[in-house]
Ligand binder design. Structure first.
Ligand code: NAG
Ligand code: NAG
Ligand code: NAG
Ligand code: NAG
Ligand code: NAG
Ligand code: NAG
Ligand code: NAG
Length: 367
């Protein structure tokens, strides 16, 4: 009898441990994120959600096109970048962009060699002429800005992502992978390049990978930054999706997602929309990599930052501090024991585990 009980408990453990692990990796609270203010929800039942109206697929909508970003020769004249990093940024976030330029964006071609990586900031428009002329100046100085033709606002983040697809489809169709990320992110370009250049990854034409969420329920609290009223989405759960803080899409998937987006009513949460709803319509299943994180890794652990691909929610001074630490030649990580990062075996959402997890933290717009 006792024996049976033991076996029973053991089996329970075997069944529950993976489920609980999966759960804990994806339920880390986003509630506490600093600076998360719910926007005033300006969508209403009468707003048009036909993206084609805003995106104008046949027309050039970009104010700053930067059309040579991908084709222009780098030092070694390669024409087919492995990776294009698109940092979604708000017009006013100049300090965040400068910090990125001085830190993880400054990895030279030598450090990602033999792979070609390009990075660009994607902005929307502002109605303030002073701010607009500042954007033009910044763009002339750094040549790393795309500005698309829509009003930059938190509730327009989906539009920003679809504009990203439009721009890549038009001006960078030859790219192998695109990383969509935000301006409060640390990106380890070297580990990301290593990951994407693995032979089994590099051939993938249908990859969407990041920090994966399974069966997330829409939030009904109007005070939440992730509020989703029934008229915007009326099913119980979202399609599985990856966090908008950082996800990689195969280049060949970009025009496919773009075409599909034109036939799916706009939904305001960018990651749910692009990597969940639209991806599902395109029959693409998003995947998890434990090296992508929608939470902030401790900025006092540079050895960890040398290993991971993304970390979320770093302000400009934290970015600079981490960057300085990981590039310190005296830093020796050989004997450092790192904390466990996610579950390397968790790759896809499983149909059997019935879980309700919360949405990820994100803050692509804060201006
Ligand atoms: C929302 O609207 C109220 C009243 O119009 C305003 O006081 C508040 O600042 C707005 N909040 C945001 C985040 O824009
Ligand atoms: C939506 O449009 C209908 C019909 O024009 C109108 O009666 C209703 O007040 C509108 N609702 C909102 C929230 O604007
Ligand atoms: C493209 O631009 C033209 C000229 O401004 C305009 O008439 C047309 O409606 C635009 N197309 C779309 C799909 O908005
Ligand atoms: C890249 O490496 C080459 C050869 O080692 C060197 O001459 C060049 O200065 C390096 N470039 C950068 C930007 O570090
Ligand atoms: C436009 O932006 C400038 C600089 O950021 C600011 O000083 C000014 O108050 C803004 N004007 C309006 C009308 O919001
Ligand atoms: C989003 O962009 C569109 C097109 O520029 C604009 O009409 C709309 O007001 C913007 N939405 C918000 C919430 O600012
Ligand atoms: C790093 O540390 C390990 C063990 O602590 C040591 O064996 C190794 O020589 C060190 N490497 C450097 C470059 O200092």
């Amino acid at each position: 009898m006792m024996k049976h009980l033991q076996i029973f408990l053991l089996l329970c453990g075997v069944v529950w441990v993976p489920i609980l692990l999966t759960y804990s990796y994806n339920t880390q609270s986003r509630e506490g994120s600093i600076g998360d203010i719910a926007p005033n929800f300006t969508w209403n039942v009468n707003s048009s959600r036909d993206l084609a109206i805003y995106v104008e697929p046949e027309n050039t909508t970009a104010v700053i096109t930067n059309e040579n970003l991908c084709s222009s020769n780098s030092a070694d004249h390669r024409q087919k970048p492995l990776l294009l990093i698109v940092v979604c940024s708000a017009v006013g976030n100049v300090k965040a962009r400068d910090a990125i330029r001085k830190t993880w964006m400054s990895v030279g071609p030598n450090e990602t060699a033999p792979f070609d990586v390009r990075t660009v900031f994607l902005l929307g428009q502002t109605v303030n002429d002073t701010k607009q002329s500042d954007v033009l100046l910044e763009s002339n100085t750094h040549r790393d800005i795309i500005q698309e033709g829509f009003i930059d606002a938190y509730l327009n983040l989906t539009l920003k992502s679809v504009m990203m697809l439009k721009w890549v489809k038009t001006y960078c169709p030859q790219v192998t992978f695109v990383l969509k990320t935000d301006d409060d992110m640390f990106i380890n370009v070297r580990t990301l390049t290593e990951y994407l250049s693995q032979s089994d990854v590099q051939v993938r034409k249908d990859l969407i990978v990041g920090s994966l969420f399974c069966r997330v329920s829409p939030i009904k609290d109007a005070g939440s930054k992730w509020y989703s009223p029934l008229f915007m989405y009326d099913a119980k759960v979202y399609p599985d999706y990856v966090s908008g803080t950082g996800y990689v899409i195969s280049g060949p998937l970009v025009p496919i997602l773009f075409e599909n987006a034109l036939h799916v009513p706009l939904f305001h949460l960018e990651d749910v929309y692009t990597t969940g709803i639209v991806a599902k319509r395109a029959n693409v299943i998003p995947e998890n990599s434990h090296l992508f994180s929608f939470v902030k890794h401790p900025t006092t652990n540079p050895c960890l930052y040398r290993k991971i691909i993304t970390s979320h929610g770093l302000n400009p001074s934290e970015l600079k501090s981490v960057w300085q630490q990981i590039n310190d030649p005296r830093l020796n990580c050989t004997s450092v024991r790192l904390p466990k990062i996610g579950d390397p075996k968790f790759k896809k959402c499983h149909k059997t585990a019935r879980l309700t997890v919360r949405r990820s933290g994100r803050r692509g717009f804060s201006g």
